[in-house]
Design a protein around this ligand. Sequence first.
Ligand code: PHE
Length: 339
Amino acid sequence: KYIEAVAGASSEAALEEVRLAALGKKGEISALMATLGKMDPEARKAAGAAMNLLRDEIDAALRARKAALSDAALDARLRAEWLDVTLPARPRPRGTIHPVSQVMEELTAIFADMGFSVAEGPQVESDWYNFDALNIPPEHPARQEHDTFFMHRDPNDPRPPHVLRTHTSPVQIRAVVDQGVPLRVIAPGRVYRMDMDQTHTPMFHQVEGIAIDRDISMANLKWTLEEFCRAFFEVDKVELRFRASHFPFTEPSAEVDIRYSNVGGQLRIGEGDKWMEILGSGMMHPKVLAAAGVDPNEWQGFAFGVGIDRIAMLKYGIPDLRAFFESDLRWLRHYGFSA
Ligand code: PHE
């Protein structure tokens, strides 16, 4: 009867119940054994031997069943936890690096090689840094031309008015005030103007660059920009066209175009009959140096502001600026870079 119960026990707990019922202190076999004392010696000898045999049989069955159960438990666990490490991993969606981020990395590396470090300024800028310090006084027409976003402000607010910076040029002032001269820095970042068409978005990117020392000239500016363009566009030859221009914060001033060709959407730099304006530049105006606390009789500097989105479009053949900021996943997958 117990041998059958042992075979039928399907868990270690059930098996333990059988053991207690048979061989436990109050178990049936133990009770039988207790009757041996009242038997006469002959009968005791025979019954004792039979009982020992029975007890040993049950005990052996219990042990065997216990071992079988724990083997089965281990098997089940191994089956449940089986992991096929040779299967290919499930594909996971991966983001891409936005062309603007990619280009910022590239140009930062190129200017770093030429000894420029990176400076930063706030995107919400006081109108003193954005305009006045750059020789754009309150009534100057350039203030209107910049299509500025003004920060809403209570008329009784004692703080100076703030704007979304319309260019990276205010970082010229901040960098000089913070770091002094001589100085070579670039300042890449976001800028804002109320403007929207195929080549304009209300937010776009510029990189400002300045170099200030005791005898800096337009020749240094020209060399720096040409070297930068050769490295950035990865061509041996670039052609830049310096057009005389006007900015309140530079004198003389030049806008710079780069020669390129467009054959069936394939853009090539340094050849062809097309020109794209990519930057404004010039020699820092003495008033700007003075506003930043530097003596313009002792120091000169050149300055430039490059449209980052523009040069990204040119280098990577991206036709529409607006698509840069629409976060269309298909666009990002197509024009983005892998990490
Ligand atoms: N800040 C000018 C712009 O946004 C560009 C510029 C920078 C021009 C530095 C001259 C010197 O249009």
